[in-house]
Design a protein around this ligand. Structure first.
Ligand SMILES: Cc1ncc(C[n+]2csc(CCOP(=O)(O)OP(=O)(O)O)c2C)c(N)n1
Ligand SMILES: [Mg+2]
Length: 358
């Protein structure tokens, strides 16, 4: 079987390959800004981790177009069920950098008061559940939410993100089957970044493509150039509109690449060739989009520098606020799950306090 064509809107030089996108200039620039912010926040966070100022980080360098292009196709009311590299989705949807850094510092000011795994962002403000550390568990949740929304007659769509590695999990197949049988308004967005930690995508599946898996479940799969932000936008927009019309799910395979290690705890030089990485660096989604914006007179080359400086200043300010944040109150470890703290947890808290005093 021939490998399905890669859907593209921009060629590698940033030249449009088909119809112009259905986006105005402000929207095109908002997309660029979110991509550039994601790249810069990642660079800063990698350094913070190496300096010992935050504990853990997983960057999405090289995958900004897959995140931001798909996010731009969602409505504010839609819900996002992320995998591991959807920071760009949150930034596009208006999440503040201050919250980003409070979370990484485990501060009292963070929504989860320091109790979640670092770099597993979530916030009701942007309709996003926590990043999923246990691979693929977010997918049945997303389908369940989508099915419930449909049942209740509201037109919310669920965006269910996953990695290539997550397609080997049982939860992926459960979610795909449920979505297909019940026509749930969900869009599966699979970042095929070619690696699941040290396992290459060729060893993840015997299928020619990840997108074709959708066919077995009775719905459409699209194989999209994940480094082409406009292709990601258009493919997701069509899938979201279809879901909102009550015509069921779609799967999008975003073909992209994980430029950095899996996380700050990984050393990819142990298992892959630097040449492969260099090859993909040349396909940088930000550079391609910059070329397009300049060619279309949406931006001048100098504008990017100004945007980057603004982002850097916002990062500095947010980081300074997080560094002045407070550690969570000890009591907060037993709060927020039950309306009232149950006796056994109150006893454990008292025992812990005694021990700390001693
Ligand atoms: C159920 C489960 N098994 C194994 C792991 C360990 N683990 C964490 S991320 C990961 C690979 C994820 O790869 P992929 O889905 O391709 O996402 P990517 O990291 O490439 O974005 C693995 C094996 C886990 N978190 N959960
Ligand atoms: Mg992967």
């Amino acid at each position: 079987m021939a490998v399905a064509d890669l859907e593209q809107r921009l060629d590698p030089q940033g030249e449009p390959t088909g119809d112009p996108p259905s986006l105005d200039e402000d929207e095109l620039l908002r997309i660029y800004r979110a991509m550039a912010a994601t790249r810069r926040v990642d660079e800063r966070c990698m350094k913070l981790q190496r300096q010992g100022r935050i504990g853990f980080y997983g960057a999405s360098t090289g995958e900004e177009a897959a995140a931001v292009g798909s996010a731009a196709a969602l409505d504010e009311e839609d819900w996002v069920f992320p995998a591991l590299r959807q920071g760009g989705v949150m930034l596009y949807r208006g999440w503040s950098l201050e919250k980003w850094f409070h979370h990484l510092f485990g501060n009292e000011e963070a929504a989860e008061k320091g109790r979640s795994m670092p770099c597993h962002f979530s916030d009701r403000d942007v309709n996003q559940v926590s990043w999923s550390s246990c691979m693929a568990t977010q997918l049945p949740h997303a389908v369940g939410m989508a099915y419930a929304a449909d049942y209740q007659g509201d037109d919310t769509v669920a965006a269910a993100y996953l990695g290539d590695g997550a397609t080997s999990e049982g939860d992926f197949h459960t979610a795909m089957n449920f979505a297909g049988v019940w026509d749930a308004p969900v869009v599966f967005i699979c970042n095929n970044n070619h690696w699941a930690i040290s396992v290459p995508s060729e060893k993840q599946t015997a299928s020619e493509t990840f997108a074709q898996k959708a066919e077995a479940y009775g719905f459409e799969g699209h194989r999209v150039d994940g480094n082409d932000v406009l292709a990601m936008y258009e493919a997701t927009r069509e899938a979201v509109e279809k879901a909102r019309r009550g015509e069921g799910p779609t799967m999008i395979e975003a073909v992209t690449y994980r430029i950095r290690g899996h996380s700050t705890s990984d050393d990819p030089s142990r298992y892959r060739d630097e040449e492969e990485v260099e090859d993909w660096r040349r396909k940088d989604p930000l550079h391609r989009y910059q070329k397009y914006l300049v060619m279309q007179d949406v931006a001048a080359p100098d504008d990017f520098e100004a945007i980057h400086e603004e982002i850097e200043a916002e990062i500095e300010e947010a980081l300074a606020a997080a560094e002045e944040g407070s550690p969570p109150d000890l009591e907060s470890t037993v709060e927020d799950v039950y309306d009232e703290v149950p006796p056994h947890l109150a006893d454990q808290m008292a025992a812990l306090k005694n021990q700390l005093e001693e």
